[in-house]
Design a protein around this ligand. Structure first.
Ligand SMILES: Cc1cc2nc3c(=O)[nH]c(=O)nc-3n(C[C@H](O)[C@H](O)[C@H](O)COP(=O)(O)OP(=O)(O)OC[C@H]3O[C@@H](n4cnc5c(N)ncnc54)[C@H](O)[C@@H]3O)c2cc1C
Length: 552
């Protein structure tokens, strides 16, 4: 490697920031700092403390490939268990010394003269004081989380209500819901979880539904001791299980988001029948969506439909006008009294990336301005005009069908390939070209054609604006993202970072891994040619070559 020492700042200690930090450190980069505005790691799994919060992807898949956990208690773990898992990974990877808690990155601007980012930090003290501090880093990895800034509808002003109002992302555990009249506004992914979890404990529950959601049953068995034992002791067992979970989602579930696909029609019919069988007939019209299956995030829940059918629950579909001192005022003039209002109203997607002021190489344009109309980025990882800056789960790389942790790992891997090349070639700064960015966005936009996310007839948080592009999502399978990111196309970056000849020659020397791979490929080719008798000549040639290579 050249003498280039890169310092790296990661913003956010959620699962994506941690995945990136772990890979960066494996590169041998020691000047690594993770800035985290909160007091602990975990991001999503630290903050969403509402009852019932958990994963809707199986935990064996919603976990790091490099830190698999044989002890998940259930198929879909709850928030606390996932949070503990994240903390364990941080301890195991000895990342804590790199993390600066209570430190918010307020702004960052690129200094071309120094080839580094200048960061402005706001550090929160014990007494609530805030200290402003400057910092620098050659490389910044933005892992602020696409879903970490709550969205509150414009007509809801918490100050108008006399009791407590809590957003699911900022759950206050000191607020009591037991025995209270609780109003839950919103019934999407977080709403259904909280509704199912609290219905038995409250005096009454009112669910305010703007749009119904497609709901699927969730099979969430407890993992038995023998099941865990197998994963802990049988080599490869957990990897096989994880692969099966992954394949089921990539090969099957991914297809339901294309309405023209036979599977989409079948699954939506089955879902509608199951939903109708789970609630009284008079609720059917209210709960069955009038938009395409998969257009909004699919809900997997066994307890939501029973909860809204409970005699304690009232499902309200009349729009909300505003909050009053005593409850929720509807547009028809009625007021629903409540002691506690829960806002399950979702997130301002990608807002965390733009609420930090990020000024790129032209010294004026902020990322928020660049993304004002369309969220342009390349592979969801780099953005033209922002050198040495990388995004985790940036535009076009969220998933509706599988675990975003797999995407985060692929992105972290991709970033380290660029950093390694920078160090090998002594290149202090690199940025994606505009042409590459535009071509990628155009490809994704085309990929969205015919999907339920784009043409399904709903308004969802996947869209960059109502009627806009579902740029929150990757249009294809995770496999295809792996394929797309497995190599860096160096001509998509400026400068191109061509390796010196000596280094290229050295790369031809087989490493033990490459040698094993080559032998396996040759063996596979032999087996195929023998099995299918594809050209005896080819078979003889490969056999001869293998004998020569292994010296027999
Ligand atoms: C309730 C819920 C359930 C979910 N379930 C699933 C699921 O089952 N499967 C799935 O694939 N995805 C799920 N998701 C999506 C989820 O967001 C991702 O899986 C994942 O947690 C994102 O990780 P992250 O590190 O990118 O972001 P986050 O977990 O949001 O972490 C971002 C971190 O950055 C910090 N931060 C933000 N801005 C700044 C700043 N300016 N300075 C310093 N620090 C900052 C935040 O404090 C936070 O700690 C769920 C999301 C929610 C909200």
């Amino acid at each position: 490697m050249s003498g280039l020492n890169l310092s790296v700042a990661v913003i956010g200690a959620g699962v994506c920031g941690l995945a990136a930090a772990i890979r960066v450190r494996e590169l041998g980069i020691t000047q690594l700092t993770i800035y985290e505005k909160d007091e602990d790691v975990g991001g999503t799994w630290l903050n969403n403390r509402y009852p019932g919060c958990g994963c809707d992807v199986e935990s064996h898949l919603y976990s790091f490939s490099f830190a698999q956990n044989p002890n998940w208690s259930t198929a879909y773990a709850g928030r606390a268990e996932i949070h503990q898992y994240v903390r364990d990974v941080v301890a195991d990877k000895k990342l804590l010394p790199h993390i600066r808690f209570r430190t918010r990155v307020v702004s960052m601007s690129w200094s071309a003269a120094e080839s580094r980012w200048r960061l402005k930090l706001a550090i929160r003290g014990d007494n609530g004081s805030v200290e402003s501090v400057d910092a620098t880093a050659n490389v910044v990895i933005c892992a602020m989380g696409p879903l970490s800034v709550p969205s509150i509808p414009a007509n809801i002003d918490p100050a108008e209500f006399d009791g407590p109002v809590v957003h699911t992302n900022e759950w206050d555990e000191s607020v009591q819901h037991k025995g209270k009249r609780v109003a839950v506004i919103g019934n999407a992914a977080s709403g259904v979880q909280v509704i199912g979890a609290i219905v038995d404990e409250v005096e009454s529950l009112t669910v305010f539904q703007r749009t119904p959601n497609w709901v699927l049953p969730r099979w969430n068995p407890q993992h038995s001791a023998p099941f865990k034992w197998i994963f802990a002791h049988v080599p490869g067992a957990q990897r096989v299980w994880r692969t099966l979970l992954y394949l089921r989602r990539d090969l099957i579930l991914h297809n339901v988001f294309r309405p023209s696909n036979f599977l989409a029609g079948r699954v939506s019919k089955l879902a509608a029948n199951w939903m109708k069988s789970s609630v009284p007939p008079e609720m059917h019209d209210a709960i069955i969506p009038n938009y395409r299956f998969g257009c909004k995030r699919l809900i997997v829940s066994n307890d939501y439909l029973p909860a809204i059918s409970s005699p304690k629950t009232t499902l309200i579909t009349t729009p909300i006008q505003r909050l009053t001192k005593t409850g929720v005022l509807l547009t028809d003039g009625t007021t629903v009294p409540a002691d506690l209002v829960v806002l399950a109203t979702g997130f301002q997607i990608q807002k965390p990336f733009t609420s930090t002021e990020v000024i790129g190489s032209d010294e004026t344009t902020t990322l928020a301005e660049k993304w004002a109309n369309t969220r342009d980025a390349y592979l969801g990882i780099t953005a033209h005009g922002y050198p040495n800056m990388y995004l985790m789960l940036g535009p076009y790389t969220g998933l509706a069908h599988s675990s975003v942790l797999t995407m985060a790992e692929l992105q972290a891997e991709y970033v380290t390939r660029i950093l390694r090349r920078q160090m090998q070639t002594g290149t202090p700064a690199v940025a994606v070209t505009k042409a590459a960015e535009q071509a990628f966005v155009a490809r994704c936009e085309k990929g969205m054609d015919g999907t339920a996310w784009k043409d399904g007839g709903c308004v969802s948080w996947y869209l960059d604006k109502p009627g806009g592009s579902p740029s929150a999502l990757w249009p294809w399978t995770v496999f295809w993202y792996w394929w797309t990111t497995r190599k860096v196309v160096w001509s998509d970056y400026e400068p191109k970072m061509v390796l010196p000849l000596k280094m290229r020659l050295m790369m031809l020397v087989p490493t033990p891994r490459r040698a094993v791979k080559s032998v396996l490929l040759v063996l596979l080719a032999m087996a195929i040619t023998r099995r299918f008798a594809v050209g005896k000549g080819a078979h003889d040639w490969i056999t001869g070559l293998t004998r020569k290579l292994v010296g027999r």
